[in-house]
Design a protein around this ligand. Structure first.
Ligand SMILES: Nc1nc2c(ncn2[C@@H]2O[C@H](COP(=O)(O)OP(=O)(O)OP(=O)(O)O)[C@@H](O)[C@H]2O)c(=O)[nH]1
Ligand SMILES: [Mg+2]
Length: 523
């Protein structure tokens, strides 16, 4: 019994990260106060969260595109941009999240269970954060990167094949007790049942589940009685059996008017929750397959009443069964008719042959290897494709209109060992190098001096001309500069070592330092 009663395809996007800011501190008498551009805020994530107040995926049929808030850009004066709010999408218990290929990403069980379906993009660093001894006043900042774009499929399992619906005390709990091994509470006062009871019934070859739900009264669709509670449970059952009380003592009640009341509530609920269900297979409540059980025919008045109303009900197109839950009359015929109803309903809701295993939440793989290089061919020319989480992210963070930013990218790639690895796999100067797997990936004409890209770009980066001394550097200054370079290198080495220790790196080839003094700061 893994038939899905509702299915919707959603298009999700995490918020884009805010751009880092380029700014230089200004103050009277202190014209060169240093970089003070703040970092951009991270984009918000799109998160599914189980909410016991929610029972359907209807909202998602209405609005299938969902995007979390973007991060704000950084500002001057070292003010960071605000992070984008995450978008929390409430889903019913038992929602299964799949990718388009049908792989299960998460099986959401338990109130409050969460799954991050689309992560937000990282905010870009501002120029203050990018400053270092070697790059005192960066004239660039990193761009915020777009959040994950992801299509997911949400599927909602049925709670039972058939729901027993009817007025309080009509005998729904008595019936499920008579049909199955379920032993619900039975009593002669209304609203005995407060939470649904489930039972498994076997009729010949067919096995199906039945839900005994709380009683329904007029106004339930507006929330009267246990109204919405009741309808929420029915919503997740594929077919219905009306249990009509033929022994009701109230003078204003009879099986036909009871049926009218309940049908009206079901129809009203269907209207209130109508949707454009092109994608989903959710059948409105009042259109689900159903049949009628006239209960309590063991009572003399009950048998008379059943006989009296049967023709009218049949005229309306229902299959009608006279039963007694207490005296166990007519149960066999009813259970076989219910099996046929289940077969009909299962066909209607497109019984997906999905077998759902234990709850799984699959986190995405983190960066097992810094990068790999793939040799390909394009127009008979060799092309080297660099695949790796970091290089791809770094490209997205780069403002290609800014030479300094491009130089910074080249430095980062060299530091990661991309340069060395390209040599190893036989790349020649002038070969095309592509970073990333997408069609719109950036293509470089590779120059082995890429790590010293500043020369190619014609300017020394990391250098604010306003800070430049007018005279030639003294020996003392040269010594200081040399010391600063040494420190910067050591810092970079430490950073790499720390990352390697943290287990982010596995390939020993990939954390080689760039060639000594191949450094961009070398004038
Ligand atoms: N005589 C007779 N009494 C029945 C029959 N079925 C149920 N009853 C009685 O009707 C009363 C209500 O039965 P329940 O099974 O609790 O009714 P329900 O529809 O589950 O009621 P709620 O949970 O309050 O909605 C109990 O006193 C039962 O013993 C029947 O076939 N014949
Ligand atoms: Mg009951």
């Amino acid at each position: 019994m893994a038939a899905f009663i509702d299915r919707v395809v959603l298009h999700l996007s995490g918020g884009t990260g805010g751009h880092g800011c380029v700014s230089v501190h200004r103050e009277k008498f202190k014209p060169l106060g240093g970089p003070d551009g703040g970092n951009g805020g991270d984009g918000g994530a799109v998160i599914f969260r189980v909410d016991s107040q929610v029972s359907t995926l209807l909202d998602y049929h209405h609005v299938p595109h969902r995007k979390a808030e973007n991060g704000e850009g950084g500002k001057g004066g070292n003010r960071p941009g605000k992070h984008g709010e995450s978008l929390v999408l409430p889903v019913p218990e038992g929602t299964i999240v799949k990718d388009r290929a049908g792989n299960i990403l998460a099986d959401l069980i338990g109130d409050g269970a969460e799954y991050v379906a689309a992560a937000g993009g990282q905010g870009g660093l501002g120029n203050a954060a990018l400053a270092s001894k070697k790059r005192k006043a960066p004239g660039f900042a990193l761009l915020g990167i777009p959040g994950d774009e992801r299509d997911v499929v949400l599927e909602l399992k049925t709670v039972a094949d058939i729901a027993l619906v009817g007025y309080p005390s009509a005998g729904k709990s008595s019936l499920i007790a008579a049909l199955s091994a379920a032993r619900p509470k039975i009593a002669d006062y209304p609203f005995t049942t407060l939470v649904p009871n489930l039972g498994v019934v076997e009729a010949g070859e067919t096995r199906y589940t039945v839900a005994d739900v709380p009683g329904l009264i007029p106004g339930a669709s507006q929330g009267k009685g246990l109204g919405h509670e009741f309808l929420r449970h029915v919503e997740r059952c594929a077919a219905l059996v009306h249990v009509l009380d033929c022994g009701a003592l109230e003078t204003d009640r009879d099986p036909i008017s009871d049926l009218d009341v309940i049908e009206a509530e079901l129809a009203q609920y269907a209207v209130d929750s109508s949707f454009a269900g092109a994608d989903g297979q959710l059948v409105p409540l009042n259109e689900r397959p159903k049949l009628i059980a006239l209960n309590k025919v063991d009572l003399p008045d009950g048998a008379d009443m059943a006989e009296f109303v049967r023709p009218e009900l049949e005229k309306r197109g229902y299959r009608v069964f006279e039963i007694s839950a207490v005296a166990r009359q007519g149960l066999r015929e009813l259970s076989f008719a219910m099996a046929e109803l289940v077969a009909e309903a299962r066909a209607k809701i497109d019984a997906a042959p999905a077998v759902v295993e234990a709850p799984v939440i699959k986190p995405r793989a983190v960066n097992q290897r810094a990068f790999t290089i793939r040799r390909e061919e394009r127009n008979l020319e060799p092309l080297f494709r660099i695949i790796g989480e970091k290089p791809v992210r770094w490209v997205k963070q780069t403002d290609f209109r800014n030479d300094e930013a491009v130089g910074y990218l080249a430095d980062r790639l060299a530091k990661l060992g991309v340069e060395d690895e390209l040599f190893k796999v036989g790349a020649q100067p002038g070969d095309a190098v592509v970073i990333g797997d997408e069609d719109d990936s950036v293509v470089f004409d590779w120059e082995p001096t890429m790590s010293a890209g500043a020369e190619l770009l014609g300017s020394r980066r990391g250098h604010d001309v306003r800070l430049e001394e007018m005279h030639r550097p003294t020996r003392q200054q040269k010594r200081e500069e040399h010391q600063a370079r040494k420190e910067a290198k050591q810092a970079a080495r430490d950073e790499l070592e720390a990352e390697r220790r943290a287990g982010i790196w596995t390939e020993s080839a990939n954390y080689k330092m760039p060639a000594p003094e191949g450094d961009s700061d070398k004038a």
